[in-house]
Each structure stands twice: as structure tokens, then as C-alpha cells.
Ligand binder design. Sequence first.
Ligand code: THG
Length: 288
Amino acid sequence: METVVEGKNSRVIISKTAPTVIIGERINPTGKKRLTAALKDRDFDFIIREAIRQVEAGAHIIDVNVGASGIDEEELLPEVVKRVADAVDVPICIDSSNPAALEAALKVCPGRPLLNSTTGEEKSLVTVLPLAKKYNVPVIALVNDERGIPKDTATRVVIAKKILDRAVSLGIAPEDILIDVLVLPIGADTETGKVTFDTARRVSEELGLNIVVGASNVSHGLPDRKVINTAFFALGAACGMTAYIADPTVVEITQTILAADLLLGKDEWAGNYISFYRKKEASKNAAA
Ligand code: THG
């Protein structure tokens, strides 16, 4: 199952046998004062630098989310998506819970961006899936519905199947549905890691779909968050995870993902692992 995502000058393949894809999460105002101010002031240079920095750090796709109070997403999301897509070669992941904002951004985004996201909720399925069909783009589907985020694996798999069936009935190819297995803070719910990994394994094996997850949340509220996050990436790689929404500027995160790919046979002759190491050494020497 290969999901094809394209930027203005590039193509990224998401699949179980390809290297894990990193979707850079830093263009998101959540918890970031400086970025929130840049979005409100339309300081596009700051935002573009953030995009370039993530690509240089190893991001294969750039997530763009402008959701914050006082921001009109329908107006600002297309503007930021267009500017970021023009500034970097890599594909864009258009991130909003507002379908009108998603469509406004789809209209101006070059290539074949990733749409983020639909849920299993009826109101989301009837608005977001038709956008994926109309613009012929792959879409991320979160495994929650009207009842919230299920605590158990079985219900999550049922929701994933429901979303897949609905998409296929609209003429969307299964490879254009990526299931987001939703991890919650592990400090608040000891079962969430296991449920997330089990869901990834089952959706990957039983439905054959590609899996994505935003991992930063898992360590919320605990000390030494990086340790938990990197362990999560390594374990996920063995459970069918094919893409992560993550911060690639944290070098340990990118290196852990590269090491896991190497150990799982997704990096022939350690090419990606070694070239990342060389790049890191070169920039260290340039700084010295
Ligand atoms: N699944 C999908 N899309 C998503 C998410 C997901 N999009 C949004 C989010 N979750 C992923 N993106 C982020 C972006 C930032 C943070 C977490 C997830 C974050 N920010 C720090 C904070 O709040 O403390 C700010 C820290 C900093 O300055 O770096 O954690 O799950 N499909």
C-alpha cells in the first residue's frame, strides 16, 4: 500500500517498506507564543524559516496548522500554506478541523498535499472525505467518533474500518486513507501506549492501511519527555507505524526514527542513517 504525497518539486512515498516519513509539526501555534505572534502579525519570514529549519533537520513533509483564538483560519490557512509550499520543495500537510479552511488551502496548494484530518464523526465524514475525492489528495483519519476517543483497541479498529468503507464508497482509493491511531498522555492513562500500538498493528495487518501518529502528546506532564518520545517512536516502528507527526529539530527524535528504520530493514546499507550523521558532523564542524 503506497500513499503518494507531492510537493511543488518532490514526491514522498508512505508505505510499510519505505523509510518512515517525518511530518514536521512546528508550524502550529499550540503552546508557542512566538509563532502565534508571527501568525497574527503576518510575519511570514519567521514562519518560512521555521519550515526550512525543519526540512534541514530531516522533515519529509511540513504540517501547517494556524488554529488559535483570534485567527480566521479560512483566511490565514491558505495564505500560509501557499507561502510555505512556495518556499520549500517538500509536500505540505494541511492541518485544520475547519473544513472550509481545508478547502480554501487545497485550492492554492501546489502538488498533492496531505489533508489533516477527518474523524469517524458523521459531520466530519460528510464534509472532509468529499474534499479528498474532489482534490484527489490523501487524507488522515483519526479513530474517534461522536462518542469520543475509544479506550479500547477493538472500537478503534471498527472506526478505522468504517472510515475506510465510507471512503471507498466515495471512490477514494484505500492507499489515500492514513489512519491516525491517537496516543494520549501516558501519565494520565497507563493503557494508552499499548492500545495505540495494538491499534496500529491491527489496522496495518487487517486493513492494510498506512498508519500515522502525532507522538508529542504521549509524554505530556512527565519529566525528561524526550526519553519517552524516542521510546515511543522506536516501539511504534515495529507496529506498522509509517509516518510520525513530530518535531525533527529535536535531533534525538530524528535519529531514533532513522535507527529504528535501519533495524527493521528499511534503510539499505544504512544509507539514510549515515548521511544524517555526516550532515550533523558537517554542521558541527562548520559551527566550530
Ligand atoms: N494527529 C494529527 N494531526 C495533529 C495531531 C495529531 N496535528 C496537531 C498535533 N496533533 C500535532 N502537532 C503538535 C504541535 C505542537 C505540539 C504538539 C503537537 C506541542 N507544542 C509544545 C507544547 O504545547 O508544549 C510547544 C513546545 C515547543 O515550543 O516546541 O507540544 O495527533 N493527525
